[in-house]
Write a protein of this length. Structure first.
Length: 93
């Protein structure tokens, strides 16, 4: 069975477009363009899971997380400021 994703946020932050999608099981995907070279990261801390794909400057990057709290961590890992992280998370619908 494949996951069904719905877009819960679209916006511009720090010169980058940001799209957040949510699946029926509460998993989130973040799609944006990378503004720095990043080796990527994947970690799990208890129930929190964050995955950010490796990417180069200007490359499309995807992050997948398993909760709203993890979403904040992923946005930080994608090099968004605290103000942008809060604006994105507060704007989810």
């Amino acid at each position: 069975m494949t996951a069904s994703w719905k877009t819960v946020y679209e916006g511009q932050h720090e010169g980058r477009s940001v799209t957040v999608r949510e699946s029926g099981d509460g998993t989130f995907k973040v799609l944006t363009r990378q503004n720095v070279h990043d080796e990527g990261i994947a970690y799990q801390d208890g129930k929190t899971f964050v995955h950010v794909s490796p990417s180069s400057v200007g490359e499309q990057v995807e992050s997948e997380v398993n909760s709203r709290e993890s979403l904040k961590e992923a946005l930080k890992e994608l090099h968004f400021s605290a103000e942008s992280v809060n604006a994105i998370c507060d704007g989810l619908h």
